[in-house]
Design a protein around this ligand. Structure first.
Ligand SMILES: Cc1cc2nc3c(=O)[nH]c(=O)nc-3n(C[C@H](O)[C@H](O)[C@H](O)COP(=O)(O)O)c2cc1C
Length: 169
């Protein structure tokens, strides 16, 4: 096993979180795992806020499309999620409940529109902190609507900082 291998696991409804995952890959050469909902919510229209927001607040774990990953291959896992009603997205909730994540360096980033990361990092830490080393968190406002160079710089600075904190096995 390559003990320095890194994975970004992310969910993205509208592309922002995917954009950041790709930035991270450009910078540190990690693997990407995009998880998808079996029944995705429509990305257009107001109803998505209601349906997705309720799912997030009520801690739903919607079914994911099949994916292949062996987490044993990785020492560092970066979790990427959009903020839904102040929480991480339900797809991430599903992923965390179907995978046992232990002895990893964990970082997390979120994309949000206006209100910031809400409870997302706090809850992620509650779930993962005891069995893993939490190395950092980053919130980014809708990157697809902002200056891409500025976003790149922010992501790359963050990566420099957190990769110094990671513990190698
Ligand atoms: C169901 C739903 C709920 C959302 N709730 C919030 C929120 O509570 N706070 C916020 O700042 N943005 C919220 N947003 C906006 C997204 O977090 C934001 O646009 C993010 O960049 C989208 O990432 P994506 O393009 O990867 O899906 C919400 C979006 C959706 C679809």
């Amino acid at each position: 096993m390559d003990n320095d291998k890194k994975l970004v696991v992310f969910y993205s409804l509208q592309g922002n979180t995917r954009f950041i995952a790709e930035e991270i890959k450009k910078n540190i050469g990690c693997d990407l795992l995009e998880i998808k909902l079996k029944k995705n919510i429509k990305s257009k229209g107001f109803m998505k806020y209601l349906i997705g927001g309720i799912q997030a607040i009520t801690n739903k774990k919607p079914e994911l499309l099949p994916y292949e990953i062996n987490l044993d291959d990785y020492k560092t896992i970066i979790i990427g999620t959009p903020i839904w009603a102040g929480h991480f997205s339900p797809a991430i909730n599903s992923f965390l409940s179907e995978n046992e994540i232990r002895n990893k360096n964990i970082a997390a980033y979120c994309c949000f529109a206006g209100s910031g990361s809400g409870k997302a990092f706090k809850i992620l830490k509650e779930i993962l902190q005891d069995d893993n080393t939490f190395i950092g968190e980053l919130e980014i406002q809708d990157p697809l609507k902002t200056d891409k160079d500025g976003v790149s710089l922010k992501v790359n600075k963050w990566l420099d900082k957190i990769m110094n904190k990671s513990v190698s096995a």
